[in-house]
Design a protein around this ligand. Structure first.
Ligand SMILES: Cc1cc2nc3c(=O)[nH]c(=O)nc-3n(C[C@H](O)[C@H](O)[C@H](O)COP(=O)(O)OP(=O)(O)OC[C@H]3O[C@@H](n4cnc5c(N)ncnc54)[C@H](O)[C@@H]3O)c2cc1C
Length: 324
């Protein structure tokens, strides 16, 4: 690993990144291509990664997690994304459920569910989007009505990462009348309950390791104690999760939770790095045109690598000196 890569990292951050890189390359990468080709859920790989503590990264140690900081978490995600982008998607969605429960759940909810999530025994999912409502969360139609002290949820959720494999999930549903303020509430739902049905796993263009499912909630009973926060306050929690500025009450033992966009960006960084490494390995031995100089193909690879861009613009990148 280059010293420039570590220049602004603490010893602990370097250690986390190195152990994530090792695990990702040894356990996740070797099976990635075949898994992606056949849309196979990485059951065994997830088990190994969970044993090493990477499924409860933002969960405090007191609840069975690793208690990493958000920076350490992002560094680790980047390494897993470099091995398999879909695998990193599973991990970030799952780890985020622990973060949200930590930020918004009661002490009883945290004690009950966090150890399950952090150990990877229960894979986490978020049931927010619906077939007719993605970014327009206010248009959601899933309802939660009160019945004998429980809530009963009905509706269809769409594009749910981990939804078909989940053991723990959050669902957003309307408890108020259409048009009313504070209409939506957030619930912990049990994907193993009879009213939770994975109708299909979507056939996506990529990220096949990460299963994205359509979920039918059909008279799904949720005990009142699994309401998260106050009734009618779920929308703000979800926006907090999705937004850049969310600081979620601190995920790990140390402060610094943050929103989903940061995590998705880290995944993209990992993918970009893997692309660059692979293109560079492939193209470096080639020589085009003038003797001894790498040609256009290496420059194309280099242009994906931000450290190389200034040299490229000045016409000085030879694909060797800068892109080591
Ligand atoms: C691989 C994958 C995994 C996912 N995982 C989950 C998950 O785990 N849980 C979950 O709940 N959801 C999940 N989603 C759904 C995701 O959150 C939605 O796709 C997202 O919210 C966007 O919604 P949409 O696709 O309906 O797009 P739309 O809401 O239709 O938006 C399409 C485009 O139109 C723009 N737009 C929308 N409204 C307006 C407007 N009024 N004015 C101008 N422009 C507008 C948007 O910015 C966007 O560029 C997943 C989606 C994918 C593809």
């Amino acid at each position: 690993m280059s010293s420039a890569e570590n220049a602004f990292l603490s010893e602990q951050e370097i250690l986390v990144r190195e152990s994530a890189r090792r695990l990702a390359q040894e356990v996740v990468a070797p099976t990635a291509a075949e898994r992606d080709r056949n849309s196979v859920w990485p059951r065994e790989e997830l088990k190994t990664v969970a044993e090493a503590g990477f499924m409860g990264m933002l969960t405090p140690q007191a609840y069975g997690g690793s208690g990493l900081s958000f920076v350490e978490y992002c560094l680790a995600l980047e390494e897993f994304a470099a091995a398999d982008g879909g695998f990193a998607t599973i991990m970030h969605v799952h780890n985020s459920t622990g973060l949200v429960l930590r930020g918004h759940g009661t002490e009883a909810q945290q004690q009950r569910y966090l150890p399950e999530i952090a150990s990877g025994r229960s894979i986490g999912a978020f049931l927010l989007s619906e077939p007719h409502a993605g970014s327009d969360t206010a248009a959601l139609r899933t309802t939660a009505r009160r019945e004998n002290g429980d809530y009963v949820l009905n509706g269809t959720k769409q594009w749910i990462s981990n939804g078909s494999e989940a053991g723990f999930a959050f669902a957003l549903a309307a408890t108020g009348e259409p048009g009313s303020r504070n209409r939506f509430s957030l619930f912990i739902v049990n994907p193993k309950a009879p009213g939770y049905k994975a109708l299909r796993v979507e056939n996506k263009l990529g990220q096949h390791t990460a299963h994205t499912a359509q979920i039918l909630l059909e008279n799904l009973r949720v005990p009142a104690e699994d309401l998260v926060g106050e009734e009618g306050r779920g929308y703000a929690k979800v926006l907090g999760l999705l937004s850049e500025g969310h600081r979620g009450g601190g995920g790990g033992d140390r402060p610094g939770g943050a929103g989903g966009r940061h995590q998705i960006r880290q995944g993209a960084r990992g993918l970009r790095q893997a692309y660059f490494n692979s293109a560079s390995r492939q193209l470096r031995p080639r020589r085009y045109g003038h003797a001894g100089r790498s040609g256009a193909a290496v420059h194309v690879a280099c242009s994906a690598h931000e450290r190389c861009r200034p040299a490229l613009h000045q016409g000085g990148c030879d694909g060797q000196a800068v892109c080591q």
